[in-house]
Design a protein around this ligand. Sequence first.
Ligand code: PLP
Length: 281
Amino acid sequence: MYVNGKFVPENQPVISVFDHGFLYGDGVFEGIRAYKGRVFKLREHVDRLFDSAKAIDLDIGMTKEAMEEAILETLRQNNLKDAYIRPIVSRGNGDLGLDPLKCDKANVFIVLKTMDSLYDTMELKAVTVGVRRNAPDALSPNIKSLNYLNNILAKIEANAKGGQEAIFLDNNGFVAEGSGDNIFIIKNGVVYTPPTINNLKGITRATAIELLEKNKIPVRVENIGLFDVYTADEIFVTGTAAEAAAVVWVDGRTVGTGKTGPVTALMLKEFERVTTTTGTE
Ligand code: PLP
């Protein structure tokens, strides 16, 4: 893995207990995929990492170009073609107090693991959870921060209720997103997804919108309520790790036919095409 400019073995301890990412979740991260040796949407992920850092006033201490090169070099050093790559930037080592001024510089880590492309018809059961995705809020869902406790609480609740994925609502009761993915619903041939005020600006979400529009499927970005979820013909979630996965059951209601629907199937096919034909080497 990459640690502050050096490559070290994965099992080597590299982080101090005084790291504020560890102590307080004070930091940001990204999740990126490489397909067949090419990194998918590298610039978009690096841009989002730097935006997340800017929003929490964290100086990453390197340029975007240097970060891109570090990501590509970590992939090369591991000789991997299909991988999930996780850049992590923490505030750095400080003392036991909260004050970020006590941290002299950011710690930058890049870890990765082998991950094959799925392009699989995953059919998920999802449940809406009581824990809320806060928005609009100082801790915007647009910040991909090291504090994912809300998402973990959502996952715990989903697990307890027999779902594989959680659906967050925001403080106004609008549908926000999954615990680690964005949500799309389809009704009468139109695809709906919530505006990114209450969810992460998903890079797979943006790709999905682009691919749907290229295929002349209308997409509307608007608030979605629970009624829309329960009465949808199809639902799918998108994310770097999940790619595009069908949701076939929500809160005890079968979605559409209970199987991956035609729009979701088209998405998967299109997604496979772009991830295997584009990317940075
Ligand atoms: N929402 C949350 C909370 C996430 O953690 C992720 C994963 O990064 C996503 C959505 C999907 O975003 P992306 O498609 O950029 O991976």
